[in-house]
Design a protein around this ligand. Structure first.
Ligand code: ZN
Length: 494
């Protein structure tokens, strides 16, 4: 997922107008993401202690109301999520006022979109359990509610599957990274993953696992060489970045058996009804030459007279088969949307190139929902400033600069009618980790830009504004440093 940015992609996503947001006199609270409604009242509050907590289902699961009165705070929440968000808002207010008098007012808040996700790539560089938990701590504080864990890729496989010991022995390790002569590896245990899920639940975070298929499978096919169309005895777990032509072979019955075992494990570990199946960057070169793939297509009634079209149809057939396997386990598929991509009804397409919900409907119909993660705005492995990668870091020069102002421009509603907008589930930012070796660099790449992304997912457009947002970020950078000892500040760059 390393598409370069086109001007078209930017034009598609630029909102017509970012409304001038309220001043800090009208809205003194430095909360991120910006609450939907703030009404100030006269007087000041001496202490932000909670006086009353009320459940009010009529508000909606994720909504809350926080009333700041002279003697304390009343909270009403629509559900468990709403209460959690109210507490995060309250904590941010405590950090802002630090015992000073707080202007009285009422915050009535709920998210614009129900899906506010961060993608953590644990495949390119393994992320230890405690680091995943810290990542969850920070994202949940800012009202993200989904952690998309990218668990498998060319460079490593991180999910144990019973009956497939070579996943750990071979697919979870590589000899080096970009020629650094340092071996890298890591595998979660089932219990560790269950522990992460349980921890995430306490922070109102749902974990969406990703098993990327049919491409991004060089690690898998190094461990199980028969899974590819033409077994390559020299294949290695990938040590650099880029698009691999190593796909699994849908014509091999062992593949269905394998993914059935994988999905059983996912079902045991992750209660989310969503499983991301990838589906991106899968050049079908080998499928076009493979006799087993030809047999698969014949069985599916796919005509091979135009082999390129036939390979695309084979891709869709393979997606449908995998989707059916998942459905039988009560799960829904999510895919990365590729140009012209067709996906099973009831699945979800994550937009990562320069597309929108209209494009998805045009190629895949109206029964496929959409998540917005356009790379030009939502890829946080891209540098925030020119030169914002350590010198000598390999393979970063092609990356476009993605400033915080740029990320802030995201509005998934642009150019859509109400019916199309109803198919937009929300937003995601992505931290591809080919070049991100540890959690410190993850945080450096993620923040403060992820804060811009979460406002795009949470706040109505008419209360958003870049100047107000940046002033809040200045405060939150200090807060993040105090709270988690992470510094989102950039050294001066030329
Ligand atoms: Zn094949």
């Amino acid at each position: 997922m390393r598409m370069k940015v086109s001007l078209f992609s930017l034009l598609c996503l630029l909102p017509g107008v970012l409304m001038a947001a309220s001043s800090f006199e009208e809205r003194p609270y430095m909360v991120i993401p910006e609450p939907a409604v703030v009404n100030m009242a006269s007087g000041t509050c001496n202490t932000l202690k909670v006086l009353k907590k009320t459940a009010d289902k009529s508000l909606g699961e994720e909504a809350y109301k926080l009333t700041i009165k002279p003697n304390g705070v009343d909270i009403a929440a629509g559900g468990r999520a709403g209460l959690f968000y109210a507490m995060q808002t309250l904590d941010q207010l405590k950090a802002q006022y630090k015992g000073d008098k707080v202007p009285c007012g009422v915050i009535e808040d709920k998210p614009r979109f129900g899906w506010r996700s961060m993608m953590l790539d644990t495949a390119r560089h393994f992320v230890p359990v405690d680091d995943v938990k810290k990542f969850i701590d920070v994202m949940s504080y800012y009202k993200f509610n989904k952690l998309h864990m990218h668990l498998t890729d060319d460079q490593g496989w991180r999910l144990p599957v019973p009956g497939y010991p070579k996943l750990e022995e071979i697919a979870s390790k590589r000899d080096e990274t970009f020629g650094n002569k340092t071996p890298h590896g890591g595998m979660y245990t089932k219990e560790q993953l269950k522990g992460i899920v349980k921890y995430a639940e306490t922070k109102n975070i749902e974990i969406i696992p990703e098993i990327d298929l049919p491409g991004h499978n060089q690690a898998l096919c190094t461990a199980y060489r028969d899974f590819q169309c033409f077994p390559d005895p020299n294949l290695k777990v990938r040590q650099d970045a880029g698009i691999s032509k190593t796909l699994v072979c849908p014509g091999n019955p062992e593949i269905t058996k394998f993914y059935n075992a994988v999905f059983n494990e996912l079902k045991d570990i992750f209660p989310s009804k969503f499983v991301h199946l990838g589906g991106d960057e899968a050049p079908e070169d080998n499928w076009k030459k493979c006799p087993k793939c030809a047999a698969f297509r014949a069985k599916e009634g796919i005509n091979d007279s135009d082999i390129n079209k036939a390979a695309s149809k084979q891709m869709f057939s393979f997606f449908v088969k995998m989707d059916e396997l998942l459905k039988a386990k009560g799960k829904k598929s999510v895919f990365w949307y590729e140009p012209g991509g067709k996906y099973p009804d009831g699945s979800v397409a994550t937009i990562w190139r320069s597309h929108n919900a209209k494009d998805v409907a045009n190629t895949s119909g109206e029964k496929v929902d959409v998540i917005y993660a356009p790379n030009a705005l939502c890829y946080l492995d891209y540098p925030q400033l020119p030169g914002d990668w350590p010198s000598g870091q390999p393979d970063t020069g092609w990356m476009p600069v993605n400033t915080i102002e740029n990320v802030y421009r995201l509005d998934p509603g642009v150019g859509l009618d109400a019916k199309e907008l109803a198919r937009v589930k929300g937003v995601e930012c992505c931290l591809w980790s080919e070049r991100i070796p540890d959690i410190n660099r993850v945080f450096y790449q993620a923040y403060p830009r992820a804060l811009a992304l979460v406002e795009a997912g949470w706040s109505p457009m008419d209360v958003r504004g870049i100047d107000r947002f940046k002033a809040k970020v200045d405060f939150h950078k200090k807060l993040m440093s105090e709270k988690w000892n992470i510094s989102p500040d950039r050294p001066e760059k030329k």
